[in-house]
Design a protein around this ligand. Structure first.
Ligand SMILES: [Zn+2]
Length: 449
């Protein structure tokens, strides 16, 4: 059995090398850097950073002006540059773009998915090696190799490959990757998806936590739907993973969830490893800074705004880009998984998922999960919406354990954390609506910006 699969692997590698030689080389290089020595990493970052800065100075009219007025000779000098925001990109998109003819051959128009309701445009560089980083991240799942079977539940239509295309057959036959749309996920779709898992027997399953959680709940409550094949790991991607989702997914799929963190603008950023204690980030391709709301650097472990400098995007330089997520850097130096890439300690989620109090306090998803799951009885699911500092709208799906007493308890816990002045409306609802892509907005604050 082993010999057959080894021969198949060898064959797949040869075919892959032939068709996608460059990507294959990038994957191998990325893998090697998983155990890079700290000094070598520092040298690599420094040389890539200076190359990017010098390139931007010559070819990006926006950065030419900025870099003329601000001295940037090392990574430590980054603090001298202003933060790149979505608003600045919108206003200066044509000035940030490189004027180099060589760069323009690789430029690709792109846009964010607009989870906040506002999609924004930018450009990617086809040479940015993001595919290799995703693969390196997925390989944190034990016993998973890029050539193993992977099933992807995805909602972004542009990423779901057409069944008529060459890429579809290439993925299916060579890479053993199948992508299934989570558009309009219904109970019928769940049955079909479970059948697919049982027949295809993927080593890893990738998906939005909302969609995977919805599937797990359906499998849990429906005795006729049974999983007979369990993956080595589940990779959660595309939105913030909430604790209560993670628990149910792990329980139903009988494996651990590995959180993958990334975004459209820079691609894959960080990944959980077998330790499940922080996220190794791609320090060989990205520089991450954490700053407070005034723009001052935060110490390790302190949560702030994540700023990313993409060291591989020459066509549209993104330097100190405020990605719109909160997180902190870990000071842990040696991870027992063997990977030497540094770690983010926490990723608190998107800034629009942060609820603001009248007392200045801010809370992220974990606060709500702990409140509704550990402290209050009878809440099966919840949804929080904040339109103003003084008002909080909460939808809850409850069971028979829920009572007026529990409702009062929720209000008391929230007021203790977010201030007495906050008005809290709690509404009981039947079922929650998922977005058409299979995502679910647990928390939305309109105060994020
Ligand atoms: Zn690790």
């Amino acid at each position: 059995m082993k010999n057959t699969s080894e021969t198949r692997d060898k064959l797949k590698k040869i075919i892959y090398k032939f068709f996608k030689k460059e990507i294959y080389q990038n994957i191998r290089d990325s893998r090697k850097r998983k155990t890079i020595h700290a000094i070598e990493l520092s040298e690599l970052k420094k040389s890539k950073f200076l190359k990017l800065i010098n390139h931007a100075k010559i070819y990006s009219p926006y950065y030419r002006t900025l870099l003329m007025n601000n001295n940037v000779n090392s990574i430590d000098d980054l603090i001298n540059l202003p933060i790149l925001t979505k608003t600045i990109i919108k206003k200066n998109i044509d000035y940030i773009k490189s004027t180099s003819e060589e760069d323009l051959k690789y430029i690709k128009k792109n846009s964010t998915s607009g989870s906040t309701g506002k999609a924004s445009n930018f450009y990617s560089d086809k040479r940015d090696k993001r595919e290799a980083r995703v693969i390196r991240g997925d390989e944190f799942v034990p016993n998973f190799n890029f050539f193993d079977k992977q099933l992807i539940f995805w909602g972004a239509e542009r990423d779901v490959i057409s069944k008529k295309s060459l890429s579809y057959y290439f993925n299916k036959l060579i890479v053993k990757k199948q992508i299934v749309s989570t558009y309009h996920l219904t109970e019928q779709d769940i049955n079909r998806n479970v059948d697919l898992i049982n027949k295809f027997k993927p080593v890893t399953i990738v998906g939005y936590p909302s969609a995977l959680h919805f599937m797990a709940l359906q499998i849990q409550k429906n005795d006729n739907v049974k999983l007979s094949s369990y993956p080595e790991g589940i990779i959660s991607a595309g939105e913030t993973l909430q604790l209560h989702q993670k628990d149910i997914i792990e329980d139903v799929f009988k494996t651990r969830v590995y959180n993958r963190y990334g975004c459209r603008e820079v691609g894959h950023i960080a990944n959980e490893c077998i330790e499940h204690n922080g996220y190794h980030y791609n320090a060989d391709d990205l520089i991450i800074e954490v700053v407070d709301d005034k723009g001052d650097l935060c110490k390790d472990g302190i949560v702030g705004n994540l700023l990313i400098t993409d060291l591989n995007n020459y066509a549209f330089p993104m330097i100190r880009y405020n990605i719109g997520d909160l997180g902190s850097i870990s000071n842990l130096k040696n991870c027992s998984c063997g990977c030497t890439l540094p770690k983010l300690k926490t990723i608190e989620g998107r800034t629009f998922e942060i609820i603001h109090g009248t007392n200045g306090n801010k809370v992220s998803g974990t606060f709500w999960t702990l409140t509704f799951r550990n402290t209050v009885n009878g809440v099966e699911a919840f949804q929080i919406k904040q339109a103003s500092n003084h008002n909080l709208h909460i939808n809850v799906k409850t069971n028979e354990s829920f009572s007026f007493k529990e409702e009062e308890k929720i209000k008391q816990i929230i007021r203790e954390k977010l201030g007495e002045g906050i008005e809290i409306e709690i509404h009981k609802v039947g079922e929650f609506e998922y977005t058409k892509t299979g995502k679910f907005k647990w928390i939305t604050s309109e105060l994020s910006n």
